[in-house]
Design a protein around this ligand. Structure first.
Ligand SMILES: [Zn+2]
Length: 377
């Protein structure tokens, strides 16, 4: 054993050592204790993690399910609902709860059904209703912080720290019209970066943004998936669906992606093969509005645009044009905001250019990106 071995915080039996690109596992199948509930090997159990109250709020809950396989193996955490109006991932996890059979599963799957319950119930995009914070900007969180920070702290300590692999599943938020894609972060330890690339391929989305600018400090990891990676866990942020919709294809795409990852990690025999020839996206930019007013999208997600193409138009509240927001370089539109309200500084769309080269593992990139993810990511 080395310093990289971890004993799962609430399980006296499960011993995981992260070495190289994947976990080395020992021990017979063990009960999995989470949120005060013990899930025996070969069974599934659901309960709620408690987020304690703080100044001005009574806390909240994080509903979860543990599918504990009959053989020991990886601990895969699937997290939905980090943002409040992102429904296909939430609905996919409802299905996966019963679709993943613990009797034939190797390892353990943790399903976080709704990470951000305050935002989900209040139907708020981007920001939590109590504190105005973006949950996916406050990781690893604080035990005694704002409600969003306390949620992040519980997810970090109870879920991410228990997992060997983490997938944070998003879609376009309630105002965002999006084509499916994922983010591959290349700023962590080489073995983690390499294993995260494999996760992205296994999840199967055919557009992958090469993310070169995420923090590497575990104390200031900011993003959920980045929190896992800075702690040595391969991770992925996936995007499927959006615009408040609950369409079947966006839900099924998540189900297929999870099945592909389960197969890739050796947790289950069936599952789709990895995507063979993804579109790697390098230079990318979130375009933002310079004004507050009404937004008119002028492109669709998946559309190829030339440099200078008008992505969106902003008018004042009487209809006078204030700004045409243009693509700063040729590329593909991954999402565009498709509802009228817009505030100065908010994202209006995301454009990305095909990567000239896929980074060599370890951080060297073919072309540096300029990623500034939108507030909803
Ligand atoms: Zn999101």
């Amino acid at each position: 054993m080395t310093a990289r071995c971890r004993i799962a915080a609430s399980s006296a039996v499960l011993l995981l050592c992260t070495a190289g690109a994947g976990p080395v596992l020992a021990q017979p199948p063990a009960p999995f204790l989470m949120g005060g509930v013990t899930t025996a090997p070969g069974t599934t159990a659901s309960a709620n993690l408690k987020v304690p109250g703080g100044a001005g709020d009574e806390g909240t809950i994080i509903p979860f399910t543990v599918v504990n396989g009959s053989k020991p193996g990886p601990v895969l955490a699937l997290i939905a609902g980090t943002h409040g109006v992102e429904y296909p991932p939430v609905l996919a996890l409802q299905r996966l709860r019963t679709a993943i059979d613990p009797r034939t599963l190797t390892g353990t799957v943790i399903l976080v059904h709704v990470a951000n319950m305050p935002s989900f119930l209040a139907r708020t995009i981007y920001y939590g209703p109590k504190d105005g914070q973006n949950l996916n900007r406050v990781f690893p969180g604080k035990r005694d912080g704002t409600l969003s920070e306390r949620i992040a702290h519980v997810i970090t300590t109870e879920v991410i720290d228990r997992a060997t692999h983490v997938i944070d599943i998003h879609c376009g938020d309630g105002n965002e019209w999006l084509r499916p894609y994922s983010y591959w972060v290349v700023t962590s330890a080489p073995a983690v970066v390499a294993a995260s690339k494999d996760l992205a391929l296994a999840f199967g989305l055919d557009h992958i943004v090469i993310d070169t600018e995420r923090p590497s400090d575990p104390a200031a990891s900011v993003y959920l998936a980045n929190t896992a990676m800075t702690r040595g866990k391969p991770a992925l942020t996936a995007e499927s669906g959006g615009w408040s919709r609950t369409d079947e294809e966006s839900i099924a795409r998540v189900e297929r992606g999870v099945a592909g990852v389960l197969k890739h990690l050796g947790m289950r025999a069936e599952g789709q093969p990895p995507v063979a020839h993804p579109v790697w996206l390098g230079r990318n930019e979130v375009l933002r509005s310079g004004f507050t007013g009404l937004l008119y999208p002028m492109v669709e997600p998946g559309q190829t645009v030339a440099q200078g193409t008008i992505v969106a138009r902003v008018t004042d509240f009487h209809g006078t044009v204030l700004e045409d927001i243009r693509a700063p370089f040729a590329g593909e539109i991954l999402y565009v905001v498709a509802t009228p309200p817009i505030a100065k500084g908010e994202p209006v769309g995301f454009v990305a250019e095909r990567a000239a080269a896929v980074p060599s593992i370890g951080g060297g990139t073919g072309r540096p990106g300029s990623l500034r993810p939108g507030v909803g990511r």
